[in-house]
Write a protein that binds this ligand. Structure first.
Ligand SMILES: NC(=O)c1ccc[n+]([C@@H]2O[C@H](COP(=O)([O-])OP(=O)(O)OC[C@H]3O[C@@H](n4cnc5c(N)ncnc54)[C@H](OP(=O)(O)O)[C@@H]3O)[C@@H](O)[C@H]2O)c1
Length: 261
């Protein structure tokens, strides 16, 4: 599947899981469009990948939480005369704390980035893929998609949206030669936790983004509509979404974050 693709666009490619996607896709010979706000980091990665793998790596700097960001990014890609075969909607963030006390701007920006822009980018690039009869979308959700998470209430809700949206879309486009998958990582060792403002001390025990992305790409190749990397995360996702009473799941998640936050 991936060997049929020529160009991938990765949002949030300046570090963490997005940069790992960029590295692994470049290693498979795909040209790249790298998107985030940090121009220097994106350019350094683009230069590294072009030199190491001989691929083309374009940098597009954008704040994807801005309401017009998706349309403007799509126009920029068209101006470069590129066809995107694989869209990786990865950019996202969380902020830990009580919903009633966290700044609303931060939460609204999170919804715009994690949900609105992801949906709009998908809506913009998907018709081109269907027309070509070839393409894929990987939406980075989270293990938080499978349960409500007190102290990350808005974040977990955005990821539940991404999971549901991706699974529905995977079914809609199943006959079009296009694949859609939600990747649902558990806690991963990235700057996500610095931005979220919690769990810094636990980062050393988390898997790195390279491991998560390698498993995710293998699942995408197998045609999965969603994938949870790691056995323990799979068990947690299964029990919290399919077995335990919903109120108990919310209470357990609450203790997990309140005690360790
Ligand atoms: N790490 C985890 O434990 C974990 C677990 C499950 C799911 N995830 C999900 O994985 C995805 C990637 O997170 P990560 O762990 O790699 O975190 P990260 O290291 O903080 O990376 C986040 C990426 O998103 C970009 N980004 C943030 N805000 C942006 C904006 N307004 N416009 C454009 N780009 C923006 C950042 O680049 P700039 O700052 O340069 O813009 C960065 O490249 C997110 O969707 C996250 O929810 C993470």
């Amino acid at each position: 599947m991936l060997d049929e693709y020529r160009t991938a666009l990765v949002t949030g490619a300046s570090r963490g899981i997005g940069a790992a996607f960029a590295r692994q896709l470049a290693a498979q010979g795909l040209d790249l469009v790298l998107v985030a706000r940090s121009e220097a980091e994106l350019q350094a990665l683009a230069d590294e990948l072009a030199e190491r793998h001989g691929v083309m790596a374009h940098v597009l700097v954008a704040d994807l939480s801005a309401p017009s960001a998706a349309a403007s990014l799509y126009r920029d890609v068209q101006a470069l005369d590129l066809e995107i075969d694989l869209l990786v909607n990865n950019a996202g963030y969380s902020k830990a704390g009580l919903f009633a006390e966290l700044a609303f701007d931060v939460q609204a920006g999170m919804v715009r980035l994690n949900v609105n822009t992801l949906v709009e980018l998908t809506r913009l690039f998907l018709p081109d893929m269907r027309q070509r009869g070839r393409g894929g979308v990987i939406n980075v959700a989270s293990n938080a998609a499978f349960q409500p998470v007190p102290y990350m209430a808005v974040y977990a809700a955005t990821k539940a949206f991404v999971l549901s949206f991706s699974e529905a879309l995977a079914e809609e486009v199943a006959g079009d030669g296009v694949r859609v998958m939600a990747l649902c990582p558990g806690a991963t060792d990235t700057e996500f936790w610095t931005v979220a403002g919690t769990w810094q001390e636990r980062r050393a025990s988390m898997p790195g983004p390279g491991e998560v992305v390698a498993a995710g790409l293998r699942a995408f190749e197998r045609g999965r509509s969603f994938f949870v990397p790691g056995f323990v995360n799979q068990v947690v996702a299964f029990f919290s979404s399919r077995v335990l009473p919903r109120r108990l799941v919310a209470r357990l998640a609450s203790q997990w974050f309140r005690d360790r936050g």
